[in-house]
Ligand binder design. Structure first.
Ligand SMILES: [Zn+2]
Length: 404
């Protein structure tokens, strides 16, 4: 019986030219000059580079103004200022059309080469309403994009408008797999209680944790220390992610080392969105100290930030740009942070461009990953579990259209 797909003449990340045979959603063979008759469906990459699909490890899919009218941003340019702007907007206009927003964001993600996303969904303002919409969108996209959700009290778990224990438990039943939150000191103003509650709930419900940590300097390091203690107490190894982690930026190795050792011991990964307005953790330092490091695009035109279209290629380019990477190996280090790095932080099984892995792949019409960052092409092919989901920047019919 013919296999599902033969992707011909790709240049793999190691620079080898080969064909990739896919069956039942997985890569079953990588070798040069495989017989075309092995599969009825064939795609010719004409010698261009292939890589595993991007893993966008941090987005806010329910919130975007893309496709709608322009909304002016008028707020203090700080995290509390943005939170206030959002609260005032939602109080005035009610909640956004989160179902439509998820569709818009997932379609952009796929079109630009992403095959897995982790979305943070607010559960602190409107209860489970946004998460229920997001779960419907995930069901619609189940064959073309892997989607996991973080139930996130955006203003802090202690500031939720509903009972946090009941709402978080209900959110986990409704399809979230992680508990989120933000800034135990700066937002919740009671870091011991905030960290204790978040991690206890994760332990009780078998959930993961992914916290926004925007706190700078000693404040952020203090929050991290509380987290280390509670991760040990509740045995949450390999289940905690720190998004942003700005407190790790610009630390000398002497101060970074003990933190990195705790990250290794406890299996903590960090996610950056390569912000332009604040220093962020160094990719090379994380690599040097074997700290798992992934990338997400974060907001897509909303009140938290105007930039970005869920484009991981662009985002890892910005990571490389802000890190002043110029050599090919450094550019490819940044590229790989958005693929293997994010997959490692999220703990994705069978990820990669190897036999036995899921056939989640991107082909860019360039020679290598450095060129893909620098020349800004749209993907030639985006393939999810062996199905072509985008071609030359256009989605295929496999991807659901936006609801009216
Ligand atoms: Zn975020």
């Amino acid at each position: 019986m013919a296999a599902q797909l033969l992707l011909q003449h790709v240049k793999t990340p190691s620079g080898v030219c080969a064909d990739i045979l896919v069956d039942a959603g997985r890569i079953v063979r990588i070798a040069p000059d495989l017989p075309p008759s092995l599969a009825d469906t064939r795609l010719d990459a004409e010698g261009h580079m292939a890589a595993p699909g991007f893993v966008n490890a941090h987005i806010h899919p329910a919130q975007t103004f893309v496709g709608g009218p322009w909304v002016d941003y008028d707020y203090a340019d700080t995290v509390p200022g943005r939170a206030k702007a959002e609260a005032e907007y939602l109080a005035k206009h009610g909640r956004m059309n989160s179902l439509r927003n998820c569709y818009v964001q997932f379609r952009e993600a796929i079109r630009r080469g992403t095959t897995h996303v982790r979305g943070h969904i607010d559960v602190g303002v409107f209860g489970l309403a946004e998460l229920e919409d997001a779960a419907r969108a995930r069901e619609a996209f189940r064959d073309v994009l892997d989607i996991e959700y973080v139930a996130m009290p955006s203003n802090g778990i202690l500031n939720m408008k509903t009972d946090p224990e009941q709402t978080i438990a209900a959110a986990l039943r409704a399809g979230a797999s992680s508990i989120g939150g933000a800034d135990p000191c700066d937002r919740d103003r009671d870091p011991v209680r905030s960290v204790e509650l978040t991690l206890r709930l994760a332990a009780e419900h078998g959930a993961k944790v992914d916290l926004h940590l925007h706190e700078f300097g000693s404040m952020g390091l203090f929050s991290l220390d509380l987290l280390f203690k509670k991760i040990r107490e509740y045995d949450l190894r390999d289940r905690v992610t720190i998004s942003h982690a700005w407190c790790l930026a610009n630390l000398p190795d002497t101060r970074y080392q003990p933190i990195a050792e705790a990250f290794q011991e406890l299996g903590i990964g960090i996610i950056t969105h390569a912000p332009g307005h604040v220093p962020f953790p160094s990719l090379k330092q994380a690599r040097r100290w074997q700290v798992r490091y992934g990338v997400g695009t974060d907001n897509m035109r909303n009140l938290w930030g105007p930039y970005g279209m869920n484009d991981m290629r662009e985002r890892v380019m910005l990571l490389a740009y802000l890190s002043d990477f110029r050599r090919r190996e450094d550019l490819e280090l940044a590229y790989d942070a958005g693929t293997y790095g994010s997959a490692s932080v999220l703990g994705l099984p069978d990820y990669g461009l190897s036999e036995g892995c899921w056939a989640d792949m991107v082909v860019f019409p360039v020679e290598n990953r450095a060129c893909a960052l620098l020349e800004g092409p749209m993907p030639r092919f985006v393939i999810k579990r062996g199905v072509l989901v985008a071609r030359d920047g256009e989605l295929t019919d496999a991807v659901p259209p936006c609801p009216e």
